[in-house]
Ligand binder design. Structure first.
Ligand SMILES: Nc1nc2c(ncn2[C@@H]2O[C@H](COP(=O)(O)OP(=O)(O)OP(=O)(O)O)[C@@H](O)[C@H]2O)c(=O)[nH]1
Ligand SMILES: [Mg+2]
Ligand SMILES: [Zn+2]
Length: 303
């Protein structure tokens, strides 16, 4: 029968759902793909573009996986020497935090920016639950991250604030939502397109029956065009495959000042004649950002 190319929307145990122009196929995988996937739990990940053979109406067997354009990876929380690929071929990452409840830790935003840019995704910062805080906190975040050139949105899923602006950045693209538990990722996705709520609950129920947690990572189609991926809350975001010398490259403010350090390859931590440390000491560099940088640098060293 016909050979087709489609996108993996979800993984359900040994099978996955593949979409080709609005038509859906339940596909299994050729054994050779498992053999090639050295060490990875599953050779396919949501977002993969695959070649499959249609074996019956609505069914198929995946024969090959196309090269991945982008990759959202982190250290596997269940095995620190392993990579956990959350999704591939997505365009952007909405980094979701709440302004309050759970308390906002800016360091988590800085970590997520690294994860996004390393994987080739555009980072978009989304601060939710702005109904719970005053305007002071909002403008300080806008100043820090907006000033560094990152897109930053302020939303309230409950009051409907900022939903239109969020929709604008999602239309026609593939977007993963990630962030700590309880910040309102699912609530916000439901606010973008109310009909999606049901699908999210369906997936949760499936997960409760003892299926793999990765099965809860699913591409959801937006009526306006584009896809969103809701992900379960992240407790600890371990950076995968990041070297110490790389970290400053993901802090444009540190990178800029660090050009004047005496030693090339300065990590702005212990080296003498470090322009970044001097700027912090003179009070002309955002100390919070510098401390966040140091924390990330130290966590990378340990890996
Ligand atoms: N005040 C306020 N509460 C919100 C807002 N958005 C979500 N919540 C509440 O925050 C709680 C968590 O919301 P969820 O949408 O389940 O959060 P989540 O990020 O999907 O959480 P996980 O799935 O555990 O990662 C719920 O009680 C929501 O009603 C908001 O904009 N303002
Ligand atoms: Mg959720
Ligand atoms: Zn330096």
């Amino acid at each position: 029968m016909a050979v087709k190319q489609g996108c993996v929307l979800s993984i359900e145990g040994p099978r996955c759902q593949v979409e080709v122009d609005g038509c859906f196929y339940r596909c299994s995988l050729r054994r050779k793909l498992f053999l090639q996937a050295d060490g990875h739990a599953s050779p396919v990940v949501v977002g993969d573009e695959v070649i499959f053979e249609e074996t019956a109406p609505g069914e198929g067997v995946i024969e090959g996986i196309l090269e991945r354009r982008t990759k959202l990876s982190r250290v596997a929380p269940w095995a620190h020497e392993k990579e956990h690929i959350v999704a591939v071929n997505v365009d952007q990452l909405v980094i979701m935090v709440a302004i309050k409840d759970p308390p906002l830790k800016e360091g988590i935003i800085d970590r997520y920016i690294i994860v996004a840019e390393k994987g080739g995704l555009k980072p978009i910062i989304c601060i939710n639950k702005i109904d719970l805080a005053g305007p002071g906190k909002v403008s300080s975040l806008q100043e820090t991250y907006g000033g560094l050139g990152y897109p930053i949105l302020f939303t309230s899923a409950i009051q409907g604030t900022g939903i239109d602006q969020l929709k604008e950045v999602l239309v026609g693209l593939k977007t993963v939502f990630s962030g700590p538990s309880g910040v309102g990722k699912s609530s916000l996705i439901n606010a973008i397109q109310p009909g999606l709520g049901l699908k999210i609950r369906e997936v949760r129920q499936a997960a409760r029956k003892g299926k793999h947690t990765t099965s809860s990572v699913t591409f959801l189609r937006l009526d306006m065009g584009g896809y969103v991926v809701d992900t379960p809350g992240v407790r600890e975001l371990g950076l995968w495959n990041i070297k110490k010398q790389e970290v400053a490259g993901y802090f444009p403010d540190i990178w800029g000042v660090g050009k004047s350090c005496k030693y090339s390859g300065c990590t702005h931590s212990h080296e003498p004649f470090c322009a970044v440390k001097e700027a912090v000491q003179r009070g002309v560099f955002n100390e919070r950002r510098y401390n966040s940088y140091l924390r990330i640098l130290n966590s990378v060293e340990k890996n």
